[in-house]
Design a protein around this ligand. Structure first.
Ligand code: G6P
Length: 608
């Protein structure tokens, strides 16, 4: 999704801007641009495609300056062309924007009537023209920006420079992420602190409605009421956040392999003597978990699948009813929350627009809100009553892997804590499941050792157009996640079904050209699942089954079986996710797609 970097200093800041954009590449984008102030004028470079194209063009043209803004654009309004790339300009004003201006059409007509000429199809271009129009009415630069912003509807973050005022860079945070990076004699803004790690480890996390003025040696912030406000700065341990591919070919593969260590980090300090430390969810957690009569989970994408697994766990292990829904649906329908509902949001980034909006919409009607998140400084963490940080470490691949399995571990801890506080879980069962969780890293290593076997069969998917993923019970969302991974990175259409639903439609699609992948650990439903697999085989469907020894699924022509380690039923969804990640990864590599930055997708979806 769109990314913003801005810098003001004494040195030429173009390299800072470009390096910042490179570090935002993982978010997903399709064009990039920058604008600097030089000799009293705005100089711009914009290129469709990769940041490298922008870097080449910038170095060729020699654009340089001591103040500038830069942007990676993920197209919403208008194709990813040079004209639509940010920054957008109106006379001496240049603007980068993340988010959506919902009333841009009306503003565009109004500004066209005033004589402003538009050169792009973007919603963003109204912003520099509007600021220009306000400047003509008088007052200073910041006053004009304020009046312009007051006319914008939607969620956005803005970075703004003015050629005639090279001593200050203005910014606004209103619904889209933005942080300030503090340097020595230079200051920065970005939509993600990762972009600024080469230049600083000191950050100010902004609040919604903040207006910011960056000077070389001074940062001033006004809150939504217009009052100057001192927001605290936070110093990060930069090494914790360093992220490189190391010897791996892709971030996604590295992150798949990091899962044993990531799960260990999620558990560290959160369990002791066979019990979950309830305080790990925050000081009021014990009280909230005792009072909750219902759990409503809200999330998007992969995080939604984690929530879907947890729904099975909450009801089976904690004895508490649970609903799960994608946030983009929940936020816009009329909802009735049962009394004493605990709201649980799940998000890797903590910045997903729909998840945040759903939280804001429903929070006041809930008993309390708890988020499970990988980014401690994120908006979701700040706006939730309680937060549990997964400690998965930075996830760069757009397709989520270690964030998902660590979310599942966190959710199981929450389920255990809830079960205990509700009096529905014996100490013995809790101890048992805690031990299963502690054993997961070793089992994950065993599954990772299946990598080559999975790679060998990946070629059989390379020329296919459709696949079906099957699971039952808590393995159904695992199948959903497997299907999502395959479509995200290999562009092969994949659908997941609870295997019991096969004969209500999808069986009509099954033939030798549609591989069917099944997750089949030994559990109460294994015999039922095996009957479903026979239904597939009887229609010449080719099966790829991940099963443990006890499940006793026999390999035969048309049925390939991958032998999984035995694992307790409760935590099996966590383990069975991993071979499906490896399968998607290898299919994508065979297809030659951009594994870490698949087309049209973004890591952090900060617009709805
Ligand atoms: C995007 C990402 C997915 C992610 C989803 C939700 O679609 O590509 O990997 O699952 O957003 O993101 P969140 O940060 O809220 O987990």
């Amino acid at each position: 999704m769109c990314g913003i970097v801005g810098a003001i200093g004494e040195r030429n800041i173009t390299d800072v801007l470009i390096e910042g954009l490179r570090r935002l590449e993982y978010r997903g984008y399709d064009s990039a641009g920058l604008a600097v102030v030089h000799g009293g004028a705005i100089e711009r470079e914009r290129q469709p495609g990769k940041v490298q194209a922008l870097a080449d063009a910038t170095h060729a043209s020699g654009v340089s300056g001591q103040i500038g803004i830069a942007h990676t654009r993920w197209a919403t309004h208008g194709a990813p062309t040079q004209d639509n790339a940010h920054p957008h300009q109106s006379g001496d004003i240049a603007v980068v924007h993340n988010g959506i201006i919902e009333n841009y059409e009306a503003l565009r007509e109004q500004l066209q009537a005033e004589g402003y000429v538009f050169t792009s199809q973007t919603d963003t271009e109204v912003v520099p023209h509007l600021i220009q129009s306000e400047l003509k009415k008088g007052g200073d630069f910041m006053a004009a920006v304020r009046r312009a912003v007051a006319q914008l509807h939607g969620a956005f973050a803005l970075g703004i420079v003015r050629a005639t005022e090279p001593q200050r860079l203005l910014a606004v945070r209103q619904g889209s992420p933005l942080v300030v990076g503090l340097g020595i004699g230079e200051n920065f803004i970005s939509s993600d602190q990762l972009a600024l790690l080469p230049v600083t480890n000191r950050f100010i996390y902004l609040e919604e409605g903040d207006f910011i003025e960056l000077k070389r040696d001074q940062v001033t912030i006004w809150d939504a009421s217009g009052a100057v406000i001192a927001r605290p700065s936070v110093e990060l341990d930069a090494t914790v956040h360093a992220s490189s591919k190391g010897t791996y070919k892709h971030y996604m593969l590295k992150e798949i392999y990091e899962q044993p260590a990531a799960i260990q980090r999620t558990l560290a300090g959160r369990v002791s003597n066979g019990q979950v430390a309830i305080d790990a969810f925050g000081p009021q957690a014990a009280e909230l978990l005792s009072k909750a009569k219902h759990v409503q989970i809200l999330a998007c994408g992969t995080s939604y699948h984690a929530g879907y697994v947890a729904k099975y766990w909450f009801e089976a292990i904690a004895g508490v009813s649970c609903h799960v829904e994608v946030a983009s649906e929940f936020r816009y329908r009329t909802t009735v929350l049962p009394a004493d509902t605990l709201l649980v949001t799940i998000s890797q980034s903590g910045e997903t627009a729909d998840t945040l909006a759903a939280l804001r919409e429903v929070k006041s009607r809930a008993l309390g809100s708890l988020c499970i998140c990988n980014v401690p400084t994120s908006t979701l963490v700040r706006e939730s009553d309680l937060a549990f940080i997964t400690h998965a470490g930075p996830e760069i691949g757009v397709a989520s892997t270690k964030a998902f399995t660590t979310q599942l571990v966190a959710l199981m801890l929450l389920v255990l804590a809830t079960g205990r506080r509700q009096g529905n879980l014996t100490a013995e069962r809790e101890r048992d499941i805690v031990a299963q969780l502690a054993g997961l890293p070793t089992l994950c290593d065993e599954v990772l050792a299946m990598d080559q076997a999975i790679e060998r069969i990946a070629a059989e998917f390379g020329d296919k157009h459709h696949t079906l993923f099957l699971g039952r019970g808590a393995q159904y969302p695992v199948a959903m996640e497997g299907a999502l991974k395959l479509k995200e990175i290999s562009y092969i259409h994949a659908e997941a079904y609870p295997a019991g639903e096969l004969k209500h439609g999808p069986l009509a699609l099954v033939d030798q050209d549609m591989p069917v992948v099944a997750v089949a650990p030994k559990n109460d439903l294994i015999d039922k699942l095996k009957s479903n697999l026979q239904e597939v085989r009887a229609r010449a469907g080719v099966l790829y089954v991940f099963a443990d020894h006890a499940a006793d699924v026999r390999a035969e022509p048309g049925i390939k079986v991958f032998s999984m380690p035995s694992v307790a039923d409760e935590v099996a969804p966590i383990l069975y996710t991993i071979p499906l990640q490896l399968l998607s990864y290898h299919v994508a590599v065979i297809k030659g797609t951009d594994v870490d930055q698949p087309r049209n997708l973004a890591k952090s979806v900060t617009v709805e």
